[in-house]
Design a protein around this ligand. Sequence first.
Ligand code: BYC
Ligand code: FE
Ligand code: FE
Length: 474
Amino acid sequence: MGLNYSERIPNNVNLSGDRRLMRALEIWQPHFLEWWKEMGPEGFQAADVYLRTATSVDAKGWATFGYLKMPDYRWGIFLAEANPDERIAFGEHKGEPLWREIPGEYRGVLRRLIVTQGDTEPASVEQQRHLGATCPSLYDLRNLFQVNVEEGRHLWAMVYLLHAYFGRDGREEAEALLGRRSGSGDNPRILGAFNERTPDWLSYFMFAHFTDRDGKYQLASLAESGFDPLARTCRFMLTEEAHHLFVGESGIGRVIERTCQLMNAHDTDSVGLFGGIDLAIIQRYLNFHYSISLDLFGSELSTNAANYFSAGLKGRYREDDWRDDHQLIGATRTVLKPEGSVIVESTQPALVALNETLRDSYVADCERALARWNKIIGAANIDFALKLPHRGFHRAIGQFSGVNVTPKGEIVSAQGWESRRDQWLPTSADKQLVADLMRPVLKPGEFASWIAPPVRGINHQPLDFEYVADLPQV
Ligand code: BYC
Ligand code: FE
Ligand code: FE
């Protein structure tokens, strides 16, 4: 299905058929643009960026590529096609028709889910706004900006739902989404990871890998929702998300590849002197970003999660693939929990443990990507393997928060943990070393010393293509 770009707000939801809604969104639109100019990519608003724009909502062939200045990006409202036969797939309403309107009893919780999802999108743009100044190549710069404009569109996706279905309080929430600021003391973003700094490109690739991947799993479970407009908007967001995950995984893969080349060339583990990032530092960054992203799944035991599922608002990852009643009546599962100085398995109702079930899907996905990175190290004949730390390590949400768990999964004293913090999490020296490597590389086809070039360019373009043109004079 083609998308309508003749309107001020591109859409495939027949916006022009709803004057009230259109007017409300036209009031929000300039506020969004003000936010984008204030908090979007710093220094590059006037550059020409080789961006893709959605032109249909089919999974295949939905994109066109061309040069755009980011403020001219056509942020729009695109929902995946409706499936007329589809019914609610899980929970108490299983088998009933999908909701086209919000069931009154679920209004509050649904708004909260949509606001929480929506809040992460502008947060990530804010976290990444300084990165243009230190990009390792034009290719990477373009990918960063592609991700940024799409996160902006994801905000539009949630704001559409708020405006279209929640009346006045929806409009207020939409304004508030532009008011919070990542890392702010008095008006921060909602979830923990979205208030952390993303000071360098190693952090950025880790974020795109581990934190955007939480996005993939959360969106996939909202894409199961009985509230059809939410499900369909999340389905289309997932097609954009795939590129964000590619940027993260391949970015880290290229850093690893470069590190291995330098280790072999100079016969050393310490490649900092040669312009690379040690595997040990990469491991510590990984430990940090993985653990704060695990927190994004919420507590292991959550009545919120049980209620979302029973109400038919938020499903499991690929709900159809689960061979059970899709209601979890009487079902149980084991959940790890700290008990004194050990971690034990406890049996819990599956319904209240749904955050952990989604986390399981995420962890398995992270393991697969990790194996691909370790293959790069193996191919360089280097005897080292990156590892995912234990799920209890460095957690701030859930049963492990405040418990001193090592990456191997042992519970130790606070003192014992603190004394080894520098082995496990990025140290100030690590951050300084990485910061010192962050110098902009803006010549087409050139790459910074600490990262290997990608295998291929974007949209069949060569690696020395001018992915970003008309750069600011520095
Ligand atoms: N930080 O009952 P619990 C993305 C709060 S990423 C701070 O376990 P629940 C993206 C929680 O709100 C995907 N607070 O929580 C990625 C609750 O607060 P109250 C974003 C947290 O509801 C990269 C309390 O702790 N989408 O799209 O079961 C770039 C008790 O927790 C955190 C969604 O998250 C935290 N990490 O689960 C761009 C989907 N975790 O009630 C974009 C929508 C929990 O005490 N959200 N709390 O005030 C949800 O489904 C759920 O809200 C959560 C939490 C899974 C996040
Ligand atoms: Fe997003
Ligand atoms: Fe994303």
